[in-house]
Design a protein around this ligand. Structure first.
Ligand SMILES: *Cc1c(COP(=O)(O)O)cnc(C)c1O
Length: 434
């Protein structure tokens, strides 16, 4: 297996190289040279397999011999060692809860897998590896947690002052050890510009292995296939093949699901639910891609005007738009409907949705009304306690996971900085030579 760039200008690379590079320098995205077909009896045998075995079988063709089998199995086992419950909300709608990881969002799964692969590849390197992250919210905590405590890896996270939630900030600042939190008196774009400067800095590159851990990295994207198989293990006969609805921003999560389907996982229909940022729903209707600036919504992790992973979906469908629009439905849900859905689902079933999951629930419900499918499931991508707005909407206290409450008692540490590249560079050099 090798990975080519969707822009087709950069040379193909190994999995290891794709992991360290993050993005090809022609600004495309890495894509596997083939989509491996799972063995024909794989789906029937899912119920007998453990989660680690399933993860191993799904990912192995993408890694080839670059990681030995026993280490890869270990990496898989550590990645999927959390709960992935499929919870029934009512007779027609269930939810696959992906928020049982350390930072209560699905990004934990990809971040954990990537960090373990990175540790595997850097174990014989004399240089330190520095993971550079700029975050607007969920990514920072997931990456910090995934890389926490790894040998010879330093993580430096930039986040914009006053623009992340209290819980999100604590997830970044309370770890310590090899995780350094830098609060920048600037907006997210300026943080990202500092991170990009560092990645292109020759002196820094000589001093350390530099890598970024943003969500387009293949090592974060590919393991997101795992939980679609785990959900299949729990489906009842009536639910097979499933209608699957994915709350989407950058479209990495739904793209991983489509990849799983191409490898052999049965699915009846995919729905990509967006908030008011409706570039893809509009594209699938009109055939015209009009990128827009993101508008802020309640489901802020999906406030994206240029969904970067969509090129991978186009690649899977060889740019055949009619085939794609038949397979993938995409609907935009307003904040008003998001609020209405959170209230109604709570009143009817007691289930508390987070704003992202509510977008997914609403789009799935709409879809089921228009077709003769009876039921489906959506992904619940984050825990509702992560978003203060949910308790404001419902007027009740949202019980937070224990680990979230424990954060409040931990010591928080951060470095404060202006958007000043030289200060940031100095910090990175000191980490490289520590
Ligand atoms: C990142 C994120 C999403 C969007 O996922 P994509 O893969 O970018 O489409 C949805 N919900 C939550 C809670 C997220 O953090």
């Amino acid at each position: 297996m090798h990975y080519f760039s969707t822009s087709k200008k950069s040379a193909p690379v190994s999995f290891r190289k794709a992991l360290f590079n993050g993005q090809p320098n022609d600004r495309g995205l890495y894509f596997p040279s083939q989509i491996p077909a799972l063995p024909t009896n794989f789906v029937e045998s899912l119920k007998e397999k453990s989660k680690a075995e399933i993860a191993f079988d799904v990912i192995k063709p993408y890694i080839g011999e670059e990681i030995d089998d026993s280490s890869l199995y270990q990496i898989c086992a550590e990645t999927v060692g959390i709960e992935f419950p499929l919870v029934k909300i009512n007779d027609s709608i269930s939810t696959l809860e992906l928020f049982h990881g350390p930072t209560f969002a699905f990004k934990d799964i990809g971040a954990r897998f990537m960090s373990l692969c990175l540790q595997y590849f850097s174990k014989d390197s004399a240089k330190k590896t520095i993971v550079i992250v700029a975050t607007s919210g969920d990514t920072g905590g997931a990456v910090a947690n995934g890389f926490y405590g790894l040998n010879s890896v330093e993580v430096v996270i930039l986040y914009p002052k006053g623009r992340v939630s209290r819980l999100q900030e604590l997830q970044i600042t309370t770890l310590g050890n090899n995780v350094t939190a830098v609060e920048v008196d600037a907006n997210f774009d300026e943080c990202q510009a500092m991170a990009k400067n560092a990645l292109a800095d020759e002196t820094l590159r000589k001093a350390a292995n530099l890598t970024s851990a943003n969500s387009i990295n293949v090592a974060r994207w590919l393991p997101q296939q795992f939980y679609y198989f785990f959900a299949y293990q729990e489906l009842t006969e009536k639910q097979i093949p499933p209608v699957i609805c994915v709350p989407s921003g950058n479209f990495g999560n739904v793209c991983a699901g489509i990849l799983a389907n191409r490898a052999g996982l049965p699915c009846k229909q995919f729905i990509a639910a967006t908030n008011a940022n409706d570039v893809i729903p509009q594209f699938l209707k009109s055939g015209e891609m009009k990128e827009k600036n993101a508008v802020p919504t309640l489901s802020n992790a999906m406030d994206i005007g240029k969904p970067s992973n969509f090129v991978r979906i186009l690649e899977i469908f060889a740019n055949n738009l009619p085939n794609l629009s038949e397979f993938l439905v995409s609907e935009s849900i307003s904040d008003e409907r998001t609020i209405e859905t959170i209230k109604r689902v709570y009143a009817e079933s007691g289930y508390i949705l987070d704003p992202h999951g509510a977008v997914g629930y609403c789009a799935l419900e709409d879809y089921l009304k228009t077709v003769d499918a009876e039921c489906g499931y959506f992904l619940e991508t984050a825990h509702p306690a992560k978003f203060d707005v949910v308790s404001e909407i419902l007027g009740v206290e949202i019980p937070a996971p224990n680990a979230a409450n424990e954060l409040l008692n931990k010591e928080a540490n951060k470095i404060e900085m202006n958007a000043d590249y030289s200060a940031y560079r100095k910090l990175l050099l000191s980490k490289a030579n520590d």
